[in-house]
Design a protein. Structure first.
Length: 368
């Protein structure tokens, strides 16, 4: 099979990681793997693993992007793929329009993945148009069938995203040389309780919640705590980042917060954390930032909704709190910090190997 995946960029994030994993699985199974994006730091890793990258900037929401429909159509015809897999709304619109100009008998199969619980509107509806749709959780499945009622259930395939069990398991420990470098750079985190939150720095992630929590934890306990914020702010969110830093200063937490920026070694950061948090303002379709630390055996707390709730219910029900329940989050945080151990179940459900196997099998089915 020849498969082309479409993603806005290849900078960082759960969707991008999934693209890399599926690409690697395709190559390993002797299929031809291609990815279309506007580029990014992950391109080198993608191409080193045997996938061909094609630079098309299809993610900008402008009329100019629609001028790419015709050249993209010609390129698709020249590539003669079996599968086109769209993973984001704007690229999906361009691909959809490109395919409309190709006789149906010559069109490759079109697959979309519902990666987000998007606002319900005409723009988002494009993800429900393909005949073949992958949802990454029960929450994403319910979102799709509830809001886009014309979608036929027989065309939907639930395939949970996952992590590599060989890399993320409860026996993992950061190596001594990594720890030495870490404590050299962040000496104040040695023997401290580390509260970690990871993800792109944007208002949607609601990092203010972790600041408020840190302040309350300091008021209620003698534990030496530090907060680790692992993620970068894109240009459009620099104003939000500056506001966060201003709030930290106002709350007198400057000595307690570390902005780590983008980290390739986030697994190691998770492994030395006391608790990892997900405080996103909106329900997430999956929740990789909760799954990864839990798979390492690190207690994690998130809101009881969306894909995050599904992961917590399966692996660590104690970490589930009602949205915006600051009191409940504080109580559970203090309980964990005080050593009241709650078992974290081993992750045998949300696995990369199963995700890749099921996705390639789905490709085969829809390409026939």
């Amino acid at each position: 099979m020849k498969v082309i995946q479409f993603v806005p960029t290849l900078e960082s994030g759960g969707v991008e990681q999934g693209v890399l994993e599926i690409s690697q699985a395709l190559v390993n199974a002797n299929h031809e793997s291609h990815v279309v994006s506007a580029g990014g730091r992950l391109v080198e890793q993608l191409t080193n693993n045997g996938t061909t990258h094609h630079n098309w900037d299809l993610h900008k929401k402008s009329l100019f992007t629609f001028k790419l429909v015709k050249p993209l159509r010609e390129w698709i015809l020249s590539m003669n793929p079996d599968i086109l897999h769209v993973r984001s709304r704007m690229p999906a619109w361009i691909v959809w329009q490109a395919l409309k100009g190709i006789p149906e008998v010559n069109r490759p199969a079109l697959v979309s993945t519902i990666h987000g619980l998007y606002s319900v509107n005409f723009y988002s509806a494009i993800m429900s148009k393909p005949m073949n749709i992958i949802t990454v959780s029960k929450s994403a499945n319910e979102y799709l069938t509830k809001n886009y009622t014309k979608t036929k259930k027989k065309n939907i395939k639930l395939i949970y995203r996952g992590i590599n069990q060989e890399e993320y398991n409860q026996s993992f420990a950061a190596k001594d040389d990594w720890l030495e470098q870490w404590y050299k750079k962040y000496p104040d985190t040695h023997n401290a309780k580390l509260l970690t939150i990871a993800g792109r720095i944007s208002p949607l992630k609601d990092f203010e919640k972790i600041l408020t929590l840190a302040k309350k934890v300091k008021e209620h306990t003698s534990h030496n705590i530090k907060v680790l914020i692992a993620g970068e702010a894109k240009d459009k969110h620099q104003k939000y980042l500056n506001a966060l830093k201003k709030k930290i200063k106002t709350m007198n937490l400057e000595k307690d917060i570390h902005f780590l920026n983008y980290r390739k070694d986030v697994k190691q950061v998770y492994s030395i954390s006391s608790i990892v948090f997900n405080t996103s303002k909106k329900p997430e379709s999956f929740g990789r930032s909760i799954l990864e630390p839990l798979s390492l055996g690190i207690p994690s707390i998130g809101y009881a909704r969306g894909g995050v709730q599904e992961i917590l219910e399966c692996l660590y029900p104690f970490g589930s709190v009602e949205p915006n329940d600051e009191k409940g989050m504080l109580e559970k945080t203090l309980s964990i910090l005080d050593g009241k151990s709650i078992e974290i179940k081993e992750n045998t459900k949300f696995l990369t190997s199963k995700m890749c196997k099921d996705t390639i099998e789905f490709y085969r089915e829809v390409s026939l």
